[in-house]
Structures are given as C-alpha cells and as structure tokens.
Design a protein around this ligand. Sequence first.
Ligand SMILES: O=C(O)C1=C[C@@H](OP(=O)(O)O)[C@@H](O)[C@H](O)C1
Ligand SMILES: C=C(OP(=O)(O)O)C(=O)O
Length: 426
Amino acid sequence: MIVHLEKRQDPVDLVIQAPPSKSYTHRAFIAAALADGESFIEDPLIAEDTLLTLQALRTLGVKVEEEEGGIRIHGTRGALRPGRPVTIDLKNSGTSMRLLASVSLLADHPVILTGSPRMCERPIGDLVEAINRIGGTVRYLGRPGYPPIEVSGRLLGGQVRLPSGVSSQFVTSLLMTAPYAAEPIEVRTGENPVSASYLGITTDLMRNFGINVDESKPGLFRVPNTSAYLSRRYSVEGDYSSASYFFGIGAICGGEVTVTNLKKGSPQGDRGFPAILEMMGCRVQSGETSVHLRMEGPLSGTDINMSSMPDTVQTLSAVAAFADSPTEITGVGHLRHKESDRIEAIRRVLTALGAEVVASGDAIRITSGRLHGGVIDPENDHRTAMSGALLGLGIGDVSILDAGCVAKSYPAFWDLLMEAGLWNGM
Ligand SMILES: O=C(O)C1=C[C@@H](OP(=O)(O)O)[C@@H](O)[C@H](O)C1
Ligand SMILES: C=C(OP(=O)(O)O)C(=O)O
C-alpha cells in the first residue's frame, strides 16, 4: 500500500481517541496468563504485535477466548503446559520476544523463540546471560547474542545484574516472570537505564495484578515470590506514543488537536511528548482523560534528552524539520536496535526531503532546510511510516511506501487520517 499526501493548507481541528496502549496490552496478557484464575482484559490493543503475544501464550498452553469488548484469559498460576517442544515466531515484535524469553522458563517443554530477519539482528544477549544465571538454559540457534533462541531450564531466582544501555525490555522480562521463581529475584540495573519509563509501566501493571515490586533503592528491583498474579478485570489505558502523531500534525499544520482516552498521571514516558511541543511553541492543556494542543505561531527548535521516550523520537524529528531553529535530541543511541536503525532512518528520510540531519553518538541534530516532496520507504518500521505522514502534510507531494506496516501498533492509523480529511485515500 502506498500513501500519497498533499500539503495541508488549512489549520486542523481534530478530535481523536487514542488507541489502547501497546505496552500495557502485552503486559496485561502475560500477567493474566500467569495469574491464579480467570481474567478479562478490557479494550486491549488489537494489532499485529499484541496478537503475536496472545498467540504465543496460546501455543504455550494458555486458554484464551476473544469476546465482545475484550479477551478472556484462563490463568495458569505460572505453570505453562504446551505439552511438547514448541517453536514460536514473534515476527517483528521486540516486546513479545524479550518478555516471552523469561516467561518460556515456566513451560514444561523447551521453547524456541524466533522472529523476522530484523528481529534476528536485535540484541538479546544481556537478557540471555541473566536468564542463565537464575536457572535457565538458553541456547542460541543462530548468531550468539541474537534470536532465535531455545529456552529451557527452571526459574530458580536470586540476584542478577542487567546492563542498562540496550533495552529496558530485558528488565521487564525478568520482573514479570519473577513471582514464580523458587527464590525471590533481585534485579540491579546500571545508572540511568535506557527507556526507564517502561519499567514504571511494568511495575504499575504488576501492582495492578497484585504483585508489589520493591523499588525503594534506586537501580534495584526486588520481586516477592510469595503469590501468583491475581486474576481480575483490567481495562487498558490509551497509548501516548500513538497519540504523538496527532499532536505532531497539530504542531506542523497549526490549529487544534484533542486526543481523548489518555490517562492523566500515566507512567508512560511519552506522556511528556506534548510538553516538548509546548517548549517549541504550542499551547497544551491536560485534562483527566484528554490532552488538548493548540498551535498558532511559528515553531522553534529545542534541546531534549529522549532516553525515556524512544518511541516518539521520530515524531519529534518530523516536527523539528519545520522549526525555525535547530533541535538537538540526545540519549537515543538505543534507537539503533529497534525495528530499524532509527537514527539512520531519521537521517535518511529527513535529508531526502531537504532537512539537515547530523547524527553522532547517541544524539541527532535536525535543522530545517529547503523542504521538498519525495518518497519515504519506512523499511518496515511503523514509526517511520507514521511520522512520514507528518512530513507529507507539512511539505506536500510525499509518498509513503509499504504504509501498511503501521499495523504493528496502529492498524487504524491511515483510516483515521482519511476520516479526518487529511488523506484522500490514494
Ligand atoms: O517495554 C515496552 O513495552 C517497550 C519498551 C521500549 O523498548 P526498549 O526498552 O527496548 O527501548 C519501547 O521502545 C517499545 O516500543 C516498548
Ligand atoms: C520498538 C518498538 O516495539 P518493539 O520493541 O516491541 O518491537 C516500537 O513499537 O516502536
């Protein structure tokens, strides 16, 4: 599917309901599958990645029923019984791969986890070492340090140190499985772990399912092993990362954007995205369940560390291309390990459309230029495609190839743009 976008001439006036959170949905499915009893996950994100986690849980022997308004999951009390060795293809979903690596230790047979060619280039070595230290036996079936992996062994527990420069998903993986360890698990991260906000999502979700992770010492997580997750009815909150594309459209095109279904005080790091746009010249008002952005004047650049907001770096980079002064984004070296090397993707896409991008170390500097239309190949990275929409609406004559790749996290994205009159469907 190719999406061709023309420049938006008039200010926008949008009201959009944020889709359910991808991160919370993955975690809720897993907690419910390991819980003691039956849970109902209300309004989960139904997208490629979250369905991969759900299907994987089914393969691991969990009974799952799709119902009106949500998913019913019959908890296993942490005893997964696939009944035979299984191979699970997690395609392009890093969260599924990393979180299920530890969960697979709870299975009664060896579990092979594999994925797309890109997944087999996304590192998992630090997590594998950690799992092997707490009782697992994880083997690499391809290149050491990367999927595919075969997981067997037993979750014994103990103390483990996890380097913190590649992905927060490694820590989340251990924490979410830890209630079922023979001994309590203590995870020590280094200083300033990347994507730290996602650990807040993890501990929040675990608390909601009855497990209180002790975070009283900075950089140390202690998980009790005294009870299973409690089964419950759980409603998934909206996704601030997905909302960022609409805030970005408001910042670039001018006008007003309201995104509903966004929880005030959410641990999601991308809750901070509208505040960055505020520093660049937008006006932002947050309510209990929605965020309103208004833009009238010119955009100015900003300096911002986005270590804890990796999924909105591409959105901000697109906005930065329209600012009258440069934007410097720091703390984002870990973006090289995502669905694509996102530092390189930002450089490639923005320079092809006339902006100036300098990438060095863990920083990107973006300066506007003589912007012009062109073709964006997202190379199967949903966030490159969605942030490409912002570029198209701001510049005009921009085509986005393979635009269907947004199905990974936001299948309704292009339909919403069409309904809002921002795309004519061609
Ligand atoms: O735990 C999660 O739900 C996620 C953590 C982040 O990854 P890293 O921790 O690898 O940066 C984020 O980019 C990803 O989309 C979702
Ligand atoms: C990095 C992402 O997801 P994952 O790591 O789950 O593939 C993302 O959604 O931007």
